[in-house]
Design a protein around this ligand. Structure first.
Ligand code: SR1
Ligand code: MG
Length: 408
């Protein structure tokens, strides 16, 4: 039996050996200089290595651990690495060039090797530096329109779609989302929320005690659990996007599952709002204007591209009935608003926060940023049907800023 035939958690030296074994057919490594390092960048769940040699070859290796990095109590199946690798390969076919290439994946070691994107920024870090990417909205709307529509029942053969649904389901990871995103921000059920002490009273009143809000979130949670509409990325935040001028690559799709399309779109919008409140805290007007424009364009371009693709790609006969397309799009947009709200809330008060908010040093500005997210999020959840175009989001954000300022 070979060293890598049975699962264990690898260190840097193991990874060097492993990569030589796994990629000998596609990369001509220089064995003398190959080196694996643990990059500074890390997500909440897995172990990542950057492997390179003196000849200019390089890849990323990602391995799933038995426990999540963020919490030893939170278990997530090792199969998540297979799911992520296969989903990246599928997304590469649906939205060519918009995800890293997967060189190999290995279900014994729960590890994969993928394209080195270190010439890109992780978008959340770029947002913290207030970098502007004029083509972001155009690029991300293409990715979402294509992956979300082309994996749905109205485009795919129904039997094939159901087979795909079987391959891309991970009860552990869905469970994380269902609890962490769609429950805990509204009651701290597992006593692991991380609330800024000076905002505790505000959070208790606005999130923990608002029964009409909880009812809408209960419906969003049920919708997430039962509506197998599209194959999602499942965690489409700015930490899951590599970006550089004129190009982006979406990665880290281990939360991929069949669920409402609006969940992915809402995640993108909410995470742009986190970048916006950071820009506001540091008084960067140019950056804030670009973010608002990007939110508007992301929604509007998504709708345009989705509508165009619908007319070309839909195969389901009943979906061609007049009125169905508008109804279906209306459902996606309603869900988008709802899940924008839940993402805003869970990252503001939940266990897994975002650097956009957590790095704001000035106490007053941080409180304000959190309140903007809480207020805007409530508005999105309570008035989901009113958010039908990009401008609706911009107005709601500006309104939330005013309301939050008054509340302090
Ligand atoms: C236990 S994982 C916490 C969060 O990190 C991931 O990136 C997902 O967003 C998840 O909800
Ligand atoms: Mg992640």
């Amino acid at each position: 039996m070979g060293k890598f035939d049975k699962y264990f958690l690898m260190n840097e030296k193991d990874v060097e050996e492993y990569v030589l074994l796994k990629t000998s057919d596609c990369i001509a490594w220089d064995k003398e200089t190959i080196k694996a390092i643990v990059p500074e960048e890390h997500g909440n769940l897995n172990y990542v290595f950057h492997v390179s040699d003196g000849k200019g070859n390089s890849i990323y290796v990602k391995q799933a651990g038995l426990e999540t990095r963020i919490s030893k109590d939170m278990k997530a199946t090792l199969d998540r690495n297979r799911l992520e690798s296969e989903l990246l390969m599928l997304e590469d076919r649906l939205a060519p060039g918009m995800v890293p290439k997967v060189y190999f994946y290995d279900t014994e070691m729960s590890a994969c090797g993928m394209e080195d994107c270190s010439d890109y920024y992780v978008m959340r870090n770029a947002m913290l530096e207030h970098r502007i990417y004029k083509e972001f909205a155009d690029e991300i709307s293409t990715f979402m329109a294509r992956t979300l529509l082309l994996t749905s029942d109205i485009v795919m053969d129904h039997r094939e779609k159901k087979e795909l649904q079987k391959d891309f389901i991970s009860p552990d990871l869905c469970d994380i989302t269902e609890k962490l995103v769609l429950m805990e921000p509204y009651g701290d059920h597992m006593e692991r929320n991380r609330v800024t002490p000076t905002n505790m009273e505000f959070v208790e009143k606005e999130l923990y005690s608002d029964e009409s809000l909880k009812l809408e979130v209960a419906k969003l949670k049920y919708n997430f659990m039962t509506n197998a509409q599209s194959l999602l990325h499942g965690d489409l935040h700015t930490g899951s996007i590599f970006i550089k001028e004129g190009s982006l690559k979406v990665f880290d799709c281990e939360f991929g599952t069949y669920a409402p399309a609006g969940y992915d779109i809402g995640n993108v919008i909410a995470n742009l709002i986190f970048a916006y409140v950071n820009g506001l805290a540091y008084g960067d007007n140019r950056f804030c204007e670009w973010i608002l424009e990007s939110i508007k364009d992301t929604v509007d371009l998504f709708v345009d591209k989705w509508e165009e693709l619908y007319d070309i790609k839909v195969t389901e006969p009943m979906a061609k009935t007049p009125g169905f397309k508008n109804w279906y799009l209306g459902e996606i947009l309603r869900d988008t608003a709802g899940y924008t709200g839940t993402e805003l809330h869970r990252r503001t008060v939940g266990l897994a926060g975002v650097a956009d908010i957590e790095s704001i040093e000035d106490e007053h500005e941080r409180i304000l940023a959190e309140r903007i997210c809480i207020i805007a999020g409530k508005n999105f959840i309570l008035n989901q049907k009113k958010y039908t175009c990009g401008e609706d989001y911009v107005k709601a954000i500006e309104k939330a800023v005013k309301k939050a300022r008054k509340s302090i």
